[in-house]
Design a binder for this molecule. Sequence first.
Ligand SMILES: CC(C)(COP(=O)(O)OP(=O)(O)OC[C@H]1O[C@@H](n2cnc3c(N)ncnc32)[C@H](O)[C@@H]1OP(=O)(O)O)[C@@H](O)C(=O)NCCC(=O)NCCS
Length: 250
Amino acid sequence: MTSANQHSQKPRCVIVGAGGHGRVVLDILINAAQYEVVGFVDSNAELTGRRIDGIEVLGQPADLPILRKQIGVTHGVIAIGDNGVRRAVADRLDDLGFVLANAIHPSANLARNATLGRNVVVAAGAVVCAHSQIGDSVILNTGCIVDHESLIGTATHICPGARLAGRVTVESGAFVGIGATIIQSVRIGYEAIVGAGAVVIEDAPPMSTVVGVPARQIKAGLIKTQSREWLIPEMTAVKQPARDLAAAGS
Ligand SMILES: CC(C)(COP(=O)(O)OP(=O)(O)OC[C@H]1O[C@@H](n2cnc3c(N)ncnc32)[C@H](O)[C@@H]1OP(=O)(O)O)[C@@H](O)C(=O)NCCC(=O)NCCS
């Protein structure tokens, strides 16, 4: 624990994940000064007992119930880059009775009527504009811009410097790479990947990968019908519903 953390009356918070993103989240939480950061947990047992930027790795995720009892940690932030794993670990912490905390850097700029879910990380310099909705377990990374009325679905990652114009939808599990640009009203399908630096000017199907300027598909995803439903290729009778979007719904 840092000296700044000692004798704190703030809620006690653990960071799950002691990798690169964990360091970013630690820096955000210390800057935000809302929680007392008691330590990390990480699934890599070899990290237990090590200190990351002065904060100890207390154990593994399986140790969380014990940590909760022994040191009174009540809050957690999941600092895991993989979207699916981050979402699953958040569900686990929720089941264990932890409060899923948000890590919001003081230099982030959030519109007063934007909404945030739980376990949301908003890094330094990120901007969220009017009426945007940010779902659970989203990473809005350093300096990204989410313009007005955009919907950012559960467990997505908007990488550093990505710019989303107004009324963009990013469905759950999608990844928007560093420096990518998405023009207004475009929909990025669930678990799709937008490559670094791409300029996306039309919808990206779920589970597709798009790259380049303008963006083209390098990995096919699902097929869009005239009714804007997504269909699984070769199985056109089976409809694949769009996954849950932002926590507040769309
Ligand atoms: C899009 C991405 C996931 C593709 O990875 P991949 O599936 O392993 O694809 P490959 O590296 O095999 O590349 C396939 C083709 O796409 C091209 N390509 C890959 N990424 C590209 C990009 N960002 N922009 C333009 N072209 C790209 C490759 O040059 C290659 O072209 P070729 O077939 O003509 O040789 C990856 O390149 C990328 O951009 N990742 C984002 C990284 C990022 O934002 N990190 C920030 C973390 S905070």
